[in-house]
Design a protein around this ligand. Structure first.
Ligand code: SF4
Length: 519
């Protein structure tokens, strides 16, 4: 029985930005007795059905955006006599759908790390169960990725996870519901092992694929202290200390390494944390800004963010501590008005953002927004091509609406075209060139320009463009640009690189910028 792990995608670029981590983790969870799994990432190239034989096991992980392609692959694999197993966030939320439309014999709900070997053992016996509950395992049970299987020259960034879960509760995000609100943090030993292995192979760029790299804020610590909740305070302090421990080890890695992560804006109130990030070569972070007005933040339950001038100052703080920001904004919030688009574009520039993305509000399964939207459409929602709107991912790609909400002040077309205009203005050549001033060499500035353009092509046009000609032109352009980019990201392999040792532990009283609490 051969094991296949397939990452579905309707679009292939030949080169991909980030390694699909789940494939390498499940490869690590595959018992060696099955041999090396066959990994197919369709963001690189289409799978070859001829590879799948009767009695093989085919694992497919899906999120909402690639569910339809995943179902096509699952159906085909089942027809060829393979056992078909679905996992990932979408299959976790809709296990029945994976069975009905994707030919699934089994669905793994939640974390797959420990469930996967059980699934394979049952397939080998010919008795796979319809459902395996992976749940939310402890960080000590997370399986490390098998990077020895990665095709080195096809990806720009590798991906390593340091923490799962996020304590917040944003209305458009499913992470806190699916991964949980309790941060499950891996020890620095296992994280650094993976990172060193990647650098040995020649990966200089590593995305820390975390839900929120800053899971404990100074406000959380203060609150626990004020409440005289000593166990909670100690737990938070330990999590924070582990973050610093990891960063102190990343700081000992070669200077050519670059890490990127995802973090809440609150980290900007914590200069010690930002300085540790800089020392650890964490040179960039995606920050969910979402909205530039208090009303917009209220719309998405993100009142821990700032708006107006304090927002600009907070974002600039990242930059002044050497951490570049990819700011993420949402358009189409109920409080948005035509002037919100210009205000957002101006804020993105004044806040010294290095990159920005502007997405339109879409109801994603597993989120509070989705529940509200689904309920609002009632028991008989409108249909497109016979598919209820509330199962929008099953509507053929070409027929899908670009926006799903009725907005109180703007038409869907107005929101779409204004969003595209903001992308266009942020990524026009002159703006990118101006933003590249922080780079000294012309060659470096040209590389920045290339990367900005590819980012814009891969993430904007394919998402919000209306006409299929523009979408396919964007795809071709991104494919063409991706090749030279790959070389910019590659590093010389360092097969003899050692794992940096742990730094001496520090006492509680000197712990990284935490005031001494009287509990
Ligand atoms: S959007 Fe970010 S901060 Fe909000 S719940 Fe999701 S991961 Fe957490």
């Amino acid at each position: 029985m051969k094991v296949h792990l397939i990452n579905p995608s309707h679009v292939s670029f030949g080169t991909a930005v980030i390694t699909p981590r789940w494939q390498y983790v499940l490869a690590g969870a595959t018992p060696r007795s099955f041999g090396d799994p066959i990994l197919v990432d369709e963001t690189l190239c289409r799978m070859d059905p001829g590879q799948i034989r009767h009695g093989d096991a085919v694992g497919i992980s899906i999120h909402t955006a690639n569910a339809l392609r995943g179902y096509e692959i699952g159906t085909m694999a089942r027809e060829r006599g393979a056992y078909v197993i679905f996992g990932g966030i979408h299959a976790t939320l809709y296990p029945e759908e994976a069975r009905e439309l994707g030919g699934a014999h089994s669905v793994v709900q939640g974390d797959g790390d420990t469930a996967w070997p059980r699934v394979l053992a049952d397939c080998q016996k010919g008795t796979p169960h319809p459902l395996y509950v992976g749940g939310k395992i402890e960080a000590s049970e997370f399986v490390s990725a098998r990077w020895d299987l990665v095709p080195r020259n096809r990806y720009m960034w590798a991906s390593v996870q340091t923490v799962r879960g996020c304590p917040k509760h944003c209305s458009f995000c499913s992470v806190w519901r699916t991964d949980g609100q309790r941060p499950r943090q891996r020890t620095s030993d296992v994280v650094i092992e993976e990172v060193v292995q990647l650098r040995r192979l020649g990966f200089r760029f590593v995305a820390l694929a975390d839900d929120n790299f800053y899971p404990v804020t100074l406000t959380d610590l203060n609150l626990a202290a004020q409440q005289k909740n000593t166990p909670r305070l100690n737990e938070l302090k330990a999590l924070r200390a582990e973050r610093f421990e990891l960063m102190s080890r990343l700081a000992q890695l070669p200077d050519d390494m670059v890490f990127f992560t995802q973090i809440t804006m609150e980290a900007a109130e914590d200069p010690e944390f930002l300085d540790a990030m800089k020392a650890a070569h964490i040179k960039g972070a995606l920050v969910g800004v979402e909205a530039v007005t208090p009303a917009g933040l209220k719309d998405v339950y993100k009142d821990f963010n700032l708006a107006g001038e304090p927002l600009i100052e907070r974002l600039k703080t990242f930059r002044s501590h050497g951490v570049h920001v990819l700011g993420s904004f949402i358009f189409g919030l109920p409080s948005d008005r035509p002037e919100t688009f210009d205000a957002t574009a101006a804020a993105a520039i004044s806040a010294d953002l290095t990159f920005a993305q502007f997405v339109t509000l879409s109801p994603y399964p597993g989120t509070v927004d989705f529940d509200r939207w689904e309920k609002g459409l009632g028991p008989n929602p409108p249909k497109i091509a016979g598919v209820p709107l509330t199962r929008r991912w099953l509507i053929p790609q070409a027929l899908r609406p670009k926006l799903y909400w009725d907005h109180p002040a703007m038409s869907a077309e107005e929101i779409r075209s204004r969003t595209q205009a903001v992308w266009d203005s942020f990524y026009q050549l002159s703006s990118i060139w101006k933003r590249s001033r922080f780079i000294k060499s012309t060659r470096g500035r040209l590389a920045f320009l290339l990367i900005s353009k590819i980012y814009r092509q891969m993430y904007a046009d394919t998402g919000i463009a209306t006409d299929s000609a523009r979408v396919s032109w964007s795809g071709r352009w991104a494919r063409w640009l991706a090749k030279p980019c790959r070389y910019l990201f590659a590093g010389r392999p360092m097969p003899n690189l050692n794992v940096p040792p742990m730094q001496p532990a520090i006492g509680d009283d000197q712990m990284y910028g935490i005031p001494t609490f009287d509990t």
